[in-house]
Design a protein around this ligand. Sequence first.
Ligand code: GLU
Length: 475
Amino acid sequence: MTDVRTRFAPSPTGYLHVGGIRTAVFAWLVARQGRGQFVLRLEDTDKKREVVGSDAHLMKSLRALGLDYDEGPDIGGPYAPYRQSERLATYKPWVQKLLDSGRAYADPYTAEEVQAFREQAQKNKQPFLYRNHRPQNPPAWNGSQALRFKSEPKAYKWHDAIMGDLSVGPETIDDFILMKSDGYPTYNFAHIIDDEEMKISHIIRGQEFIASVPNYLNLYEALELTPPVMATAPHVLGPDGKKKLSKRDGAKDVLDYIRDGYLPEALVNFIASLGWNDGSEQEIFTIDELIAKFSLDRVQRSGAHFDERRLAWMNGYYIRQLDLSDLFEKVRNYWPTEAQDYDDEYKKRVLGLVQERLKYFSELPELTLFFFKDLPPDPKLISEHKQLKKMNSEDLKALLEQAKAVLEESDFSLEDLTDRLNKLLEATSQKPAVLFSLIRIATTQAAASPGLAETMAVLGKTRILKRLDQMLNSL
Ligand code: GLU
């Protein structure tokens, strides 16, 4: 068996949203499972589309997710360089091989002439094929014209590790550009040479390339090369399940998710499960489980749905598994500013209360502000509450007065608070949804909070009584 070597080969043309990095996750998993290598190669031969800094951003994103690569532009490796723009010398002998065998020729046409052919084909309602206009006597190639592949149209059958057995007729095979007039190779040519030179065993890439595979197969033959295993990952679709996922669907840059306090393990778990499962109902996979269980043939062939709520749910699950001191370290920079006046002990108690509900770290200020700051009473929380809005302010006040009287006697230990709240429930014959909601709103200015007794124990007697008074005054 050949050694497993997979690659992620992005073009540095901008940010990398979570859908775009999925092929990297798949390729990394295949490499780690096969105890092989995962290679990062930057495909930067389209200078017009290049975005300055996006190469560094890409590398940072991979590292942030823990997708360590064994060879790459910034760490080198046995097949360096790993940037296509620095590999021009590598492509030369392969170009020569095609020229020598008569399988490449200089493109004599101007862009306008090619466009005219295309329009003519459109008018005749025929697909445009460059090879129908192949020049009889092309000029010698001097490096400043585009160089085209001289294809040999034929039908192809091939196996895709995800899409299964595929076949097409000869009509899709055409003379595509190998080298552009600016001296850089096209993706279509360069990736084939690089995958060969870098001994890549599996090409795992997005669906946008599948229509070109027959052309690639034609070129592999002309070069007398055996193609690697090919695996085509279907598009990641937006939440509506129709269009390809885009930034507009809320798919953020990987580093934005990290900044918002998503855990790398959760992100990798989520991304790997975009269109993949192990055949069971299991949704949470540790990285080691993913490495052991991932397989290309269980990647679904139809588009995968991106659902950010599922990502948040998954992240919340991972957050709940952390022990409190570990979580405390991780959220150090996420507290609301008001928390700076409080010691670690208090913050840890607060964190312990919200850990259950925290879905990502940047939610922390919203969930915890009332632990650090006295907020003005908000009557809307009552007027919008399903049950409380039906009650008049006299009754509300009476309930709050009763609560206050009982709480004034409490030592604010959790046991005592729990006990007193339960007794109050009996004494007032109210439903918890009424009584506890009212006290919660009065003491936290929030419609939802961690357990009421727990929250009050952390906030302490002085604060709770003060807030009850404020609410009483505002009713
Ligand atoms: N450079 C191509 C892209 O960024 C990579 C395709 C491939 O993996 O071969 O879409």
